[in-house]
Design a protein around this ligand. Structure first.
Ligand code: CA
Length: 382
């Protein structure tokens, strides 16, 4: 065979080999035989999801989590699953996020489960229980103590799949327009405070008001409310609450480890190839951990800035803490009595809580006490 006859055959063989390698790589990578050549050309082989949030668009901290989740999914999937984030009010109002995901108006959402307590009373366990678990404890319960499985069972009738979507750590008790010296000072106080803690605040003599984050500054400024709890130094500075509140009380008895949620429409999730489902799960887990890191770093930074011109000398008086604890006990008992699913979740939650408290006596608390004894922390209240 002459050289001029061999060359075209070699070229054909090389092209055939290249095509088969690309085809095998595509099948292997997707696991579902997705035509990646279309993805590469940016035509019709990608899936687009809408994610609605309860936060104002662009809010640091709470609002950064859904943006980070979307970016992680987009990057890890090589653009095969593209999530677009919409702030509160852009598609639906903040308190309609759960319904929007349930009805698949949007495929995903980010918010706090206690916003849905009117529809799902037991949902409060997945944001915060007053005087309950810290972020570290709650994460242990969720991921290794059965908490997440019960959360999935709770949302199942609504076609919604929850994932832990971040935690703020211990919050502040909130901004008040007067000092709280005794439990009587709570009487008649109108406060923005959601969840089970809102019921506790009512029972303790106050009046809880339901207001989304985007409206708390104006409500405080115009006197619609006398007090507001939002998050802590980082996100409270973002909303400018030091301009409208006189006294900044701590600690956050009502939200000791406030957990956020990423929620996904069940059918939309099930329709994804398995590798994209895994990417959603891993991105949610990464977002959950990252938010606590974000708040730990930025709360410390913001506290330092606040302390330069704001007297942070308001530790909640024992008498106020006592009445809030007493009413918290009553509120949790009433919730358990009224709702079998709340009773089931509470049994799991408090069983874990008891065990982890014992463990933390000889770990977290013992270490912090030991550290403080040899190296006393700087106090700003003296
Ligand atoms: Ca809060």
């Amino acid at each position: 065979m002459r050289e001029t006859q061999i060359l075209p055959l070699v070229v054909i063989a090389l092209v055939a080999a290249l095509v088969s390698v690309v085809a095998m790589w595509s099948l292997d990578r997707s696991g579902q035989g997705v035509d990646l050549t279309k993805t590469v050309r940016g035509t019709d082989a990608f899936i687009e999801w809408k994610l609605v949030t309860t936060w104002p668009k662009g809010l640091p901290g709470l609002g950064a989590a859904p943006e980070n989740f979307a970016r992680r999914v987009n990057e890890a999937s090589g653009g095969r699953l593209r999530i677009k984030v919409f702030g509160a009010g852009e598609i639906v109002p903040p308190f309609e996020v759960f319904d929007a995901v349930s009805r698949r108006v949007a495929e995903a959402g980010h918010g706090a489960s206690y916003y849905w307590k009117g529809k799902i009373p037991a949902a409060v366990f997945y944001t915060a229980v007053p005087f309950g678990m810290t972020a570290q404890e709650a994460n242990g319960w969720l991921h290794y103590g059965g908490g997440l499985a019960l959360w999935r069972e709770l949302y199942e009738p609504f076609g919604v799949v929850p994932f832990a979507g971040g935690s703020t750590g211990v919050q502040m008790a909130g901004w008040f327009n007067k000092r709280l010296n005794t439990r009587e000072d709570l009487a008649g106080l109108k406060m923005r405070i959601p969840g089970l803690a809102g019921e506790v605040f009512d029972a303790a003599g106050g009046s809880a008001v339901r207001i989304a984050g985007g409206e708390v500054y104006t409500s405080m400024q115009t006197g619609v409310i006398d007090a507001v709890e939002w998050v802590g130094p980082y996100n409270d500075r973002t909303l400018g609450l030091m301009e409208v509140g006189d006294y900044y009380y701590y600690p956050g008895w009502h939200e000791p480890g406030a957990m956020l949620e990423i929620i996904v429409n069940k059918e939309a999730l099930a329709a994804l190839p398995e590798d994209l489902q895994a990417i959603v799960t891993v991105a949610a887990r990464a977002t959950n951990g990252d938010m606590l890191d974000d708040f730990t770093a930025h709360n410390s930074e913001s506290l330092e800035i606040l302390l330069t011109d704001f007297p942070l000398d308001c530790f909640l008086h024992d008498d106020v803490m006592d009445i809030l604890y007493e009413e918290s006990q009553v509120a949790v008992a009433a919730l358990i009595d009224a709702d079998p699913m709340a009773a089931k979740i509470a049994a799991s939650y408090f069983d874990f809580f008891q065990r982890v408290r014992t463990y933390h006596e000889i770990s977290e608390r013992a270490y912090l006490n030991g550290r403080d004894r040899v190296m006393p922390p700087v106090s700003f209240t003296e």
